[in-house]
Write a protein that binds this ligand. Structure first.
Ligand code: PGA
Length: 255
């Protein structure tokens, strides 16, 4: 069993109006507030961050955003800056594969965002993972190593333990086809932690929480949490249902 404290983050993606978010939180909160020993993070769309943060005040459950710009302010129409998030959020998801695939997010920009998050006291949840083509082409190691290397380029070793990494194979996201638990663990130990260890030293590599994401649900979460190198989950679809998300968090507490 690992000494790393588990993290379970719910990525709501572009779902839930404020009215819907209030209903969902009222369904989840009784179950979630009873769970100890897990860092729980709710990541609503920007418009619901403030109301969700208000509902979560005093519960110990954290709020995260799903993206942000790296600059502190400026003429960047439509963007949200780190200090704006830092007023309400403790975490921010960065480099999600949907942002990489549909919005041109590059490793260079992910790196800028990770640095910006750290400088504003936000915990970055940096997402990495290979596509189906890359997986079938046998280049998972190259792709994931590069994402870790470039995403964390120039970051001081002392900051590494406060970063969270989510390994999300793109072919497993929203498809109902999760990776196998031991397959995911192998990528985390053999590629992600190895890369971290080479760059930032073994102690830092062992301190980083690495989550699995991609079709995690109540029925398969425990298998992932039993793996020695997987420290929690980044949950998409199943984070929109109290009957799924609460048992997933519970499984992380029980591991
Ligand atoms: P999923 O999404 O759980 O719906 O597969 C995970 C994610 O995109 O973070």
């Amino acid at each position: 069993m690992s000494i790393r404290r588990p993290v379970v983050a719910g990525n709501w993606k572009m779902f839930e109006t404020v009215a819907e978010a209030r209903v969902l939180m009222s369904e989840m909160l009784p179950g979630l507030s009873a769970i100890r020993g897990v860092e729980i993070v709710i990541c609503p769309p920007f418009t619901s961050i403030l109301p969700v943060a208000a509902l979560l005040e005093g519960t110990g459950i954290a709020v995260g955003a799903q993206n942000m710009h790296w600059e502190a302010s400026g003429a960047f129409t439509g963007e949200i800056a780190p200090p704006m998030l830092a007023e309400f959020c403790q975490y921010v998801i960065l480099g999600h594969s949907e942002r990489r695939a549909y919005f041109g997010e590059t490793d260079v920009n992910v790196n800028r965002k990770v640095k910006a998050a750290l400088s504003y006291g936000l915990v970055p949840i940096m997402c990495v993972g290979e596509t189906l083509d890359e997986n079938e082409g046998g280049i998972t190691r190259q792709v994931v190593s590069r994402q870790v290397q470039d995403g964390l380029d120039g970051i001081d070793s002392a900051a590494i333990p406060s970063i969270v990494i989510a390994y999300e194979p793109v072919w497993a996201i929203g498809t109902g086809r999760a990776a196998t638990a031991d397959g995911a663990n192998l990528v985390v130990s053999d590629i992600i932690r190895l890369e971290l260890s080479e760059r930032f030293g073994e102690a830092n590599a062992q301190a980083v929480r690495v989550l699995y994401g991609g079709s995690v649900k109540a029925s398969n979460a425990a298998e992932f949490f039993q793996q020695p190198d997987i420290d929690g989950a980044l949950v998409g679809g199943a984070s929109l249902k109290a009957t799924e998300f609460v048992p997933i968090v519970k499984a992380a507490a029980d591991r």
